[in-house]
Every structure is written in structure tokens, then in C-alpha cells.
Design a protein around this ligand. Structure first.
Ligand SMILES: Cc1cc2nc3c(=O)[nH]c(=O)nc-3n(C[C@H](O)[C@H](O)[C@H](O)COP(=O)(O)OP(=O)(O)OC[C@H]3O[C@@H](n4cnc5c(N)ncnc54)[C@H](O)[C@@H]3O)c2cc1C
Length: 401
């Protein structure tokens, strides 16, 4: 059996290893356009802040592919998948035939499409090459604007502050992490961000970037205000890497729709990780959700099924964990907008900086936010993941250490 996997990161690697267990003899080809894959993307902001050294990001050694008996095609870009011929075509002209294909090509940062985006000093952060570009572009910079106050935007802003830059963080809505946090948790986060010295601006976004000598100099905000910046970093969401599927009807920038076995509409083609649109555990919809552990779980399920197994993906459980200089937030399940019909148990201990919001539907926990005291998050996630009846809205104060 010939297996081909596009992408050698969280999902691709987990799938390849699982597949090897299911089919010790099969030929497994792993393709990545990164010359050195197998590193931790979540550690990129720690690399940026200087908290870790570059060698700490590697997850596997140089012999990894050989040890597992994988054929690695690194630094090679897939330009087309042709389902009718069961072929993957590479930019180099090489063709990789397959019996089963996994698409684990992840996602890339979106940019808003405003004038001035092509100026020098404008960045995104998705991979090691982006980090290197950013590092070399920060020389002589004093003011940086991070556009987008999601988890990655917040961590990037923190990393840049630690490096001594003046950082402004723009949130399009009324608060950061608007899909995850209610107003109380968001207010605590905003206080922490202000204490860190980050200038957080809500209801703010750039409408144009202006430069001088080809290099960015300022942003023009929606309010008309001009914000000086010698570097701008966009963190405004991602789009699935599926250009090579054009014309196949198998995927679009929103991701590849998959069934419970993580098969696309073509039963020989599977998808996992940031490029796929899986079922969710607590709601009927299918949409992409970009976290490392979900990519690994999906990779394992897809790998087993490619190798002849019959595993069902239980559904994605959103989980977020953010730690900014000792200020900790863990959230998961359904966010505040999706729990309006739920019973909410919320407790705030202002003096200790602790907040807990639990959302219950029909006696089951479906949404969680913990601020400050996060020690018992694992218990809550188990309750949600297994759909166990939660002990009557957990007694307030019981689980706080
Ligand atoms: C800065 C940052 C911080 C993050 N922090 C966290 C965190 O704290 N916790 C968390 O859970 N998640 C975090 N994430 C998200 C997490 O990294 C992703 O969810 C995870 O990497 C998804 O894995 P994946 O295998 O689906 O895709 P990816 O990791 O994106 O890997 C896909 C691979 O496929 C390659 N590829 C794409 N197109 C092609 C092509 N045409 N040809 C060949 N190869 C191709 C890509 O270059 C890449 O190497 C963070 C992400 C970033 C960028």
C-alpha cells in the first residue's frame, strides 16, 4: 500500500507514526515545503521573547524519518492533487502516486488586504522562517503594532514587550479573545495586559499602512488616528493551505470537510489538523479550530483509518490556555455566545484575581472559563470530553485551591 502525507507537523507526524503501527510494511511518503519540519509552533513566541533558545523548538532528531521508515520529501511544495489519477504533484515536477492520501497541510496567516501591506517591516508569525524574518526585521525598531488580539496576538505582544519594544495591540471588537471570554474574564485580562505595559486598543483596526523609503512608518486606524510603528505584525486568523485542491471540490479556504473517520468526500483522501473542518463535540456544526492537541488527535485517528482501522473522531473540544507573566486563563467548550441558553455558575474573587464560569446544559458541563486558579482544569475537561453528568452545578468554592 502506498501512503502519502502532505505536511510533517502535528497532524502529519501523528498520522505517520500511527499508520506505521497499523501497516509496518506499507510505503509512507511525507512531504513538507519546510526544509526542517518537526518543531513546535507554539514555542515560536517563546523563541521571539528570548525565553528559550532555538534548539529547544525541535521535537525530533535528524534521523527521525529514517528511524520510522518514512520517505521524506522535505523542502518540496505540493502544487496539485489529482484524485482521478491518485497523484500528488510537486513544484519540482516530481509525482507521488498514492493509494491513500492524508492532507495535513495546516493553515497560514490571513492578511487583511489593506494598502501598504507589502512594505518592509510587515510580518506574520506561523513558522520558523517567519520568526527568522521577524528577528532580522526588528533591528532599529522601537514601536511595534500587533494587529489582532487572539491568543497568538496576545502571546506575540507579550514576547515583544519582554524584548523591550513599545507595543500596541489592536482588538477589532470590544475585548481580546472575544469568542472565548465573557466580559468579566476579559476585563481581568485587559487589566493584566495593561499592567504588562501593552497599549491595548479595542474597536481598533488599520485601514492603511504608510511607509517611508519602502519601510512601514505608521498605521492609519479606522478612527483616523495615525499610529507610528516601525514594525507591524498581523495576527488576524488563518486560512487553510488547500490551494493544491483547486478544482477538486474537496476543500476551500475554510478547510476540508471531513466525516467522523476524517475522510474527505473522496474516501481515499483523509484530512487532519488546521486544514480540516471536523465535527465538534458539543455542537452540531463543523468548523476548523486551530490547536496543536486537536491536530495530533485527528492525525492519530486519520492514520489508523488509512491503515485499515475503523476509528471515529469523537469531535473537537475547543481548549485554550494562556499564561502571561503569571496571569493564567484556561477556557474550553462553548464560549459565551454559544451558552446563552445554558445555566451559568460564575464566581468572582476579586481580591485574589480568581474567576470561574461554568456553563451547564441539561446537567452536563459544556463551557468553562478559569482565571487565576486553573489547577482543576483537567477535571472539567474530562467531564466535558466524556459528556459525564456534572455534579450539580459544582459547589461554589469547592474546587478552588
Ligand atoms: C505562533 C503560534 C503559537 C501557537 N500557540 C499554540 C498554543 O499555545 N497551543 C496550541 O494548542 N496551539 C498553538 N498554535 C497552533 C498550532 O501550532 C497549530 O494548531 C498546529 O501547528 C496545527 O498543526 P497541523 O499539523 O495541522 O499544521 P501545521 O503545523 O501548520 O503544519 C502543516 C505543514 O504542512 C506544510 N505545508 C502546507 N502547504 C504545503 C504544500 N503545499 N506542500 C508541502 N507542504 C505544505 C506547512 O509548511 C507545514 O509545515 C500556535 C500557532 C502559532 C503559529
Amino acid at each position: 500500500m502506498r501512503y502519502v502525507i502532505i505536511g510533517a507537523s502535528a497532524a502529519g507526524q501523528a498520522a505517520a507514526e500511527t499508520l506505521r503501527q497499523w501497516d509496518p510494511q506499507g510505503s509512507i511518503t511525507v512531504i513538507s515545503d519546510e526544509a526542517q519540519p518537526l518543531y513546535s509552533r507554539p514555542l515560536l513566541t517563546y523563541l521571539l521573547s528570548g525565553e528559550i533558545r532555538p534548539e529547544k523548538v525541535w521535537l525530533k532528531g535528524a534521523d527521525y524519518f529514517q528511524e520510522w521508515g518514512f520517505e521524506a520529501r522535505l523542502g518540496e511544495e505540493v502544487v496539485q492533487v489529482v484524485p482521478a489519477d491518485r497523484e500528488v504533484r510537486l513544484a519540482s515536477g516530481r509525482v507521488c502516486p498514492y493509494d491513500r492520501l492524508l492532507i495535513a497541510s495546516g493553515a497560514r496567516p490571513k492578511v487583511p488586504g489593506i494598502p501598504g501591506e507589502d512594505l518592509e517591516g510587515v510580518f506574520t508569525l506561523r513558522n520558523l522562517a517567519d520568526w527568522r524574518r521577524l528577528e532580522s526585521g526588528l533591528e532599529g525598531v522601537r514601536q511595534v503594532v500587533v494587529v489582532g488580539a487572539g491568543a497568538v496576538g496576545l502571546k506575540t505582544a507579550d514576547a515583544l514587550m519582554r524584548r523591550g519594544f513599545e507595543v500596541t495591540l489592536l482588538a477589532r471588537g470590544a475585548q481580546p479573545l472575544s469568542r472565548m471570554l465573557d466580559a468579566t474574564a476579559a476585563a481581568m485580562l485587559m487589566d493584566a495586559v495593561a499592567t504588562m505595559g501593552i497599549d491595548l486598543r479595542c474597536h481598533s483596526w488599520p485601514v492603511a499602512l504608510k511607509g517611508d523609503g519602502g519601510r512601514v512608518k505608521k498605521l492609519i486606524l479606522n478612527s483616523g488616528e495615525e499610529l507610528p510603528a516601525q514594525a507591524v505584525l498581523f495576527s488576524v486568523g488563518v486560512t487553510a493551505n488547500v490551494d493544491f485542491l483547486e478544482g477538486t471540490g474537496l476543500g476551500d479556504p475554510g478547510g476540508i470537510l471531513v466525516d467522523r473517520k476524517l475522510r474527505s468526500r473522496d474516501p481515499r483522501i483523509f484530512a487532519a489538523g488546521d486544514c480540516c473542518r471536523p465535527h465538534h463535540l458539543l455542537s452540531p456544526g463543523q468548523w476548523p479550530y486551530h490547536i496543536w492537541p486537536a491536530a495530533v488527535d485527528q492525525g492519530r485517528v486519520a492514520g489508523a483509518n488509512m491503515g485499515g482501522g475503523s476509528r471515529l473522531y469523537p469531535g473537537l473540544l475547543p481548549q485554550n490556555s494562556l499564561s502571561l507573566r503569571g496571569f493564567k486563563i484556561i477556557s474550553g467548550g462553548l464560549g459565551p455566545h454559544d451558552t446563552k441558553d445554558c445555566e451559568i455558575v460564575a464566581e468572582l474573587d476579586q481580591s485574589r484575581g480568581h474567576y470561574r464560569r461554568l456553563a451547564y446544559r441539561e446537567g452536563r458541563l459544556v463551557g468553562l472559563t478559569l482565571v487565576g486558579a486553573v489547577a482543576h482544569a483537567g477535571i472539567y475537561f474530562q467531564l466535558m470530553a466524556q459528556g459525564l453528568p456534572a455534579p450539580e452545578p459544582v459547589t461554589p468554592g469547592l474546587l478552588w485551591g
